[in-house]
Design a protein around this ligand. Structure first.
Ligand code: SME
Length: 150
């Protein structure tokens, strides 16, 4: 299954960009409903675009802005069934209709977020939230997190 596959892919001896690149590929090839998946990595209350698959995206998001910035600031997963009803949503791709963003937290610090978008409405449910949070926890625990910082 996906969790075990990602556990196998993560290698703390490889650079962070290498590990995260394969995580986004594993997610993208597993779920047809994903139109965009990627990481934003944090430095000084700013999120910077990291490894992703999908269309060209915005390069930086301030903590507190959009779905990603809200997740980073609140240290909470954001499940958005309809992005058009989310105040402050940052539209990178006009075809996106729903989104989930999971923070990557270690020792109470936010190292980044994992963002998944879909052209379907309500594409992500409670089961996705639970497993994606487990995957982000695995990433946080397995990788050398100081190397997340740009
Ligand atoms: N929609 C996100 C921005 C990132 S893109 O979807 C890739 C947001 O509101 O934070």
């Amino acid at each position: 299954m996906l969790y075990q596959q990602i556990n196998g892919l993560l290698n703390p001896n490889e650079p962070t960009v290498t590990n995260l690149s394969n995580v986004v590929a594993a997610l993208k090839q597993t779920f047809e409903k994903i139109s965009w998946v990627g990481f934003y990595l944090s430095k000084e209350e700013m999120l910077y675009l990291g490894p992703f698959q999908g269309k060209v995206a915005c390069t930086r998001i301030k903590f507190g802005n959009g779905v990603c910035g809200t997740s980073a600031l609140k240290k909470e997963t954001q499940v958005v069934p309809n992005v058009h009803e989310y105040p402050g949503h940052i539209a990178c791709d006009v075809e996106t209709n729903s989104e989930i963003v999971i923070p990557i937290i270690f020792n109470n610090n936010v190292y980044g977020v994992l963002d998944l978008d879909s052209t379907q409405f309500s594409a992500f449910d409670e089961t996705d939230k639970i497993w994606l949070e487990k995957i982000c926890e695995l990433i946080a625990n397995k990788l050398e997190l100081k190397s997340f910082l740009i």
